[in-house]
Design a binder for this molecule. Structure first.
Ligand code: HEM
Ligand code: PLO
Length: 498
């Protein structure tokens, strides 16, 4: 309902500037063009001011382009803006919001999120499991096999990251070419291509514009996913034992059933109340699927951006390698405890996530009650898009924001600094649950790769495009590179082939 011609605002506060809008289409005409959404929304901010409103189809939506307003939405009044809108594709994907990311803010969601968070702690930072996973080693073998020929780093990285997540979620690891791995990668790719085509914002009134073929493909992929997940779930139920969960699926199952003997293992804390409160098998499945999808897409994309920027900035690559040589040397692999001593490497990862945030407008938020942003009253039900791209490129907060300069994350003594307007994982009640896991994984991959290899542009091929393309995440376009084993690596190792 509501009027589509004007912007609703309670009369007591100044009205927000609002883009022109038409019935059904909303402000679509103003969003038209070749530009990806985050760039368009930022550009509109130059005309309408950093905080403005528009209609996405029938939905009144406030766009936040500045750090100050983002802080109000995510942190200061985080709970008031912690809702999520329903979208047709994500409802299908999550069985009506039985996941974390696309579920609305409800008491059940809070319990569910805490359960997932605790399980991640158990399998992420809390244990050395991740570091023992041989994915980095396997990836290095894959890359080594290119023997100096140009390779597209996408597929080997995707395989490696998928393997990490499969280990964490269901204790499976796959050899290259395993048909189950192929099917996982295929269905995931299908979901990525169909779930959101230009960000997670459903701009188009979609019953009209969503081609049915796309929806059919999405359903097919979801079915393949469900068959696989059900199989894993049944296997886990049979072999589930009291005590230490082996993986995320175990942890969720224990949390869900609330088995008395496993209570107090730290995973649940809620015990058998969970079932009564409504965490059911669907939640377990949807959480496993989501951890999987989020873990693969975001990490592999970030790693591809890291390599793309290193090809453009060989001196940065050299400096990371010197730091690694000094701190780790060449006789062993980097591990979690080295992280504290590798501030430059961290600054490179941070700078990549600043300049190319994989989720440039986050996931849409929704106001759960009438609230305010920047002194403007905002009604219950208003959607809010936080343009993290604009915040990460705001010249008021960053010096030459368009330049790739990892040193901006270090002080004069080379110690880490984290500016508060750096929020690649969001912030507040909806902050990414996988943040520590993601950071640890990025560290292990980037350090492992740069210790052993140098990456350079493939001869005769242009450098990777750095604009990227916005799908479900902001991805670099495909590119290829040359992998050269570093002379110092493997000194004394007699099995070394090179
Ligand atoms: C949410 C970023 C990795 C699971 C988010 C959000 C962002 C984000 C921006 C949305 C915040 C908002 O809407 O306000 C990233 C980045 C990653 C990463 C940059 C890696 C480089 C992961 C991993 C997992 C994960 C590895 C799980 C294994 C989730 C989940 C949510 C989420 C479940 C939804 C949280 C909620 O709605 O309450 N992430 N993420 N993410 N992420 Fe991540
Ligand atoms: C990726 C494709 C998977 O098959 C399903 C999936 C689940 C969770 C989503 C993820 C996709 C894309 C990236 C998302 C993640 C939840 C949080 C993360 C949206 C669609 C980000 C970056 O916000």
């Amino acid at each position: 309902g509501g009027t589509v011609w004007g912007c609703h605002h309670p009369p007591s506060t100044p009205p927000l500037p609002c883009l022109p809008s038409l019935p059904v289409l909303g402000s679509l005409l103003s969003l038209r063009g070749d530009q990806p959404l985050h760039l368009r929304l930022r550009e509109l901010g130059h005309r309408y001011g950093p905080l403005y409103a528009l209609y996405l189809g029938p939905h009144y939506t406030v766009v936040v382009n500045s750090y100050q307003h983002a802080r109000e939405v995510l942190l200061q009044r985080g709970k008031e803006f912690a809702g999520r809108p329903k979208m047709v594709t994500t409802e299908l994907l999550t069985r009506g919001g039985k996941d974390i990311a696309f579920s609305d803010y409800t008491p059940l969601w809070k319990i569910h999120r805490r359960l997932v968070h605790n399980s991640f702690t158990l399998f992420g930072e809390g244990s050395s499991r991740l570091q023992d996973i041989e994915a980095v080693e396997a990836l290095c073998c894959d890359l080594q096999a290119s023997r100096g020929q140009a390779v597209d780093p996408g597929p080997p990285l995707m395989r490696a990251v998928t393997n990490v997540v499969c280990t964490l979620v269901f204790s499976s690891t796959y050899q290259p070419g395993d048909p189950e791995l192929t099917s996982v990668m295929e269905y995931n790719d299908g979901i990525v291509q169909t779930i959101a085509n230009g960000g997670l914002v459903d701009i188009y009134p979609w019953l009209r514009f969503f081609p049915n073929q796309t929806l059919t493909r999405l359903r097919d992929c979801i079915n393949i996913r469900d068959t696989l997940l059900n199989k894993k779930l049944e296997e886990h139920k049979v072999s589930l034992s009291v005590g230490e969960p082996r993986d995320l699926l175990d942890a969720l199952l224990q949390g869900q059933t609330g088995d008395k003997q496993t209570r107090g293992s730290g995973v649940r804390g809620q015990g058998s109340r969970l079932e009564e409160e409504g965490i059911c098998e669907d939640h377990v499945l949807m959480t496993a699927a989501e951890a999987f999808g989020a873990g693969v897409e975001t990490t592999s994309t970030t790693l591809l951006w890291v390599l793309a920027f290193l090809l453009h900035h060989p001196q940065v690559q050299g400096r990371v390698q010197r730091e690694l040589d000094e701190v780790v040397g060449c006789g062993r692999s980097p591990n979690v405890s080295d992280r504290a001593h590798l501030p430059y490497l961290d600054s490179v990862i941070n700078e990549v996530m600043r300049i190319r945030p994989v989720s440039p407008v986050l996931i849409p938020h929704i106001a759960l009650t009438t609230s305010s942003i920047g002194g403007h009253s905002v009604r219950k039900g208003t959607r809010v898009l936080v343009n993290m791209w604009a915040i990460h490129h705001d010249p008021d907060h960053w010096d030459t924001p368009q330049d790739f300069r990892p040193e901006r994350f270090l002080d004069n003594e080379g110690r880490r600094i984290t500016p508060s307007c750096f929020m690649p994982f969001g912030a507040g009640p909806r902050v990414c649950v996988g943040e520590s896991l993601a950071r640890l994984e990025l560290f292990l991959f980037v350090s492992g790769l740069l210790q052993r290899f140098s990456f350079s542009p493939a001869p005769g091929v242009s450098l990777p495009d750095l604009q990227g393309r916005l799908g479900v995440v902001l991805q670099p376009l495909r590119y290829s590179l040359t992998v050269t084993p570093r002379p110092s690596w493997g000194v004394g190792d007699t099995t070394e082939e090179f």
